[in-house]
Design a protein. Structure first.
Length: 280
């Protein structure tokens, strides 16, 4: 073979090697996409406060939660991040509060809800660690049905249903470390309601808009397995909402005015543990 032939062969081999290298790296350009399902328990706490900061009522207890999503937060190089998913939750909580007349009351509340959320951001990697910056938002709906019971003075107290709709934004940062056979990551930040709506089936129906305040969230995720295989994970999280008192709205009963009502200042805190299964 002459020199021209050798140069041509060498050039072809170099192109083939470069193509194989690019092909091998290509999946990491956008990070490995993982689809996941999750199931777990939430410790749900809800409190409402008077204008003097005394607790008007509180609810607490465990809720069952399950959901699914897709994410590339396991990527090991610098680049864009994304996550989209949702979960539902349901269960019965202990209610400790008072009637509309201010008489002490203990009963149960039935809860169910749905949260949908999307995040986008960027990862800065200095192997094997990385820093994440991300933002996004979500939509959440939940219903709160307070059961009938007897008040402290023995009088009957009739329950009612409240429904909440919240559109919110999130902004946060994170840290991750990759070990090949397993990894962990931490996220934390703030969230702010952009839109709030509440409907209570009192009288002819009452519509309120709880006030909007900044709250926080945090999450620790551990994955037990390489990203190239199906594997299990564990997620510990904290989430919250803060609502200031709503403006007063007139309640009517059979068309007749029955007084002005507000949604008191309210705090919601949710502590969750979830088992996760990742599909590759």
């Amino acid at each position: 073979m002459n020199k021209a032939g050798l140069r041509t062969l060498g050039f072809a081999v170099a192109i083939a090697a470069a193509g194989q290298g690019a092909q091998a790296r290509e999946p990491w350009n956008y990070g490995p996409r993982q689809t996941y399902v999750q199931v777990g328990l939430e410790q749900y706490d809800w409190k409402e406060f008077s204008s003097t900061d005394s607790i008007l009522d509180k609810e607490s207890g465990p809720l069952l939660t399950f959901g699914a999503g897709v994410s590339n937060f396991r990527r090991i190089d610098s680049g864009p991040l994304y996550q989209a998913g949702g979960h539902v939750y349901l269960g019965t909580l202990d209610y400790d509060g008072e009637t509309q007349s201010g008489i002490p009351l203990t009963t149960k509340s039935d809860y169910s809800g749905l949260q949908l959320e999307g995040l986008g951001g960027y990862r800065f990697v200095r192997w094997p660690h990385g820093i994440d910056l991300f933002g996004g938002g979500g939509w959440e709906y939940w219903s709160r049905s307070i059961q009938d019971a007897l008040a402290a003075n023995g009088s009957p107290a009739y329950g009612y249903l409240e429904q909440y709709y919240v559109l919110y934004a999130k902004l946060g940062a994170g840290f991750f470390q990759e070990f090949g056979s397993w990894s962990y990551r931490i996220k934390a930040g703030g969230k702010y309601p952009l839109y709030t709506y509440e409907h209570a089936n009192l009288g002819d129906g009452l519509s309120l808009s709880p006030g909007r305040e900044l709250s926080g969230f945090a999450q620790i995720t551990v994955e037990f397995g390489p990203v190239t295989q199906d594997h299990l994970g564990l997620m510990l999280s904290y989430d919250s909402f803060r609502f200031s008192q709503s403006t007063a709205q007139l309640l009517t009963v059979a068309g007749a005015p029955a007084g002005l009502f507000v949604q008191p200042r309210s705090h919601r805190n949710v502590y969750a543990i979830r088992g996760v299964y990742y599909f590759r």
